[in-house]
Design a protein around this ligand. Structure first.
Ligand code: SF4
Length: 256
């Protein structure tokens, strides 16, 4: 029996993307801090054998996709995932799974990228999972200017820096990067920030995005339309935080 558009859309938001020309789906599985344990990988392999076609596909966004899951098996795959501490997701107009380079162990890494990515995953991927945004919002965490994970091509990118005479790493933030049909290199903030500033600036960026971008508009387009000065002013003050509840409760802006 052919699936209806309603059925296909009903599972897309839960991380299941239709396999072209079939009634099967790929289930997308993000990892906290981009790290899957060996046990996670064994469990995902079991899940792929039980409900998928036996293949595991790494995505460009550091998730694992399990293809070949029949529509009727999706609830069983989700149940299996829940019982093994795994999640499906990573689709829709909201914070997407966080990407991070291997700066935690890399000899060039200025800080623990995977620990920062895990913290961002917990606070913003999981914590803001029900917050609908104007468009997808990608976050990339890089350990040094070699830029292996390409932080500047994400809506919000973090890149580690060493500063002469300073023991702690400093961080360059990029906002509004996109890659694909429309490529835009993220705009760097005008100064480096400390580790403690990263999460508050990220929160303010997401709030600014939600308040100012039109539905279906990426952050970079909104920045170009309204001006980087306006965004940076919001990021380096706390005024927008005082309106957080109202911004999150408001309807998304529609073009008139
Ligand atoms: S960006 Fe730097 S820290 Fe990260 S993997 Fe590449 S070289 Fe290593």
């Amino acid at each position: 029996m052919a699936l209806t558009t309603e059925q296909i859309n009903s599972v897309k938001g839960r991380g299941f993307l239709r396999n072209r020309g079939t009634d099967c789906f790929s289930g997308r599985m993000p990892a906290p801090g981009t790290v899957f344990t060996a046990e996670n990988m064994r469990d995902i392999a079991l899940l792929a054998e039980a409900y998928g076609n036996g293949n595991l596909i790494p995505t460009s966004h550091q998730c694992i996709e399990v293809p070949g899951i029949a529509f009727d098996d999706i609830p069983k795959a989700e149940q299996f995932a829940r019982e093994h501490g795994l999640i499906f997701g990573g689709t829709g107009p909201k914070v997407r799974p966080i990407t991070a380079c291997k700066g935690t162990t890399c000899v060039f890494g200025c800080y623990d990228t995977q620990a920062l990515a895990k913290k961002i995953h917990e606070v913003f991927y999981e914590g803001w999972n029900t917050v609908k945004l104007p468009h997808k919002f990608k976050i990339g965490v890089g350990g040094c200017p070699n830029s292996c994970i390409k932080p500047s091509l994400n809506d919000f990118g973090v890149e580690g820096r060493r500063v002469a005479g300073q023991k702690e790493a400093a961080y360059q933030i990029y906002v509004g990067g996109t890659w694909g049909k429309n490529t835009r290199i993220g705009t760097p903030l005008s100064r480096l920030v400390s580790e403690e500033e990263i999460l508050p600036i990220l929160e303010k960026t997401i709030l600014w995005f939600r308040e100012n971008a039109y539905a279906k508009e990426r952050l970079g387009v909104a920045v170009d339309r309204l001006g980087m000065d306006k965004l940076e002013q919001a990021l380096f003050s706390d005024e927008i935080l005082s309106r957080k509840d109202a911004i999150l409760a408001a309807e998304l802006k529609e073009r008139v």
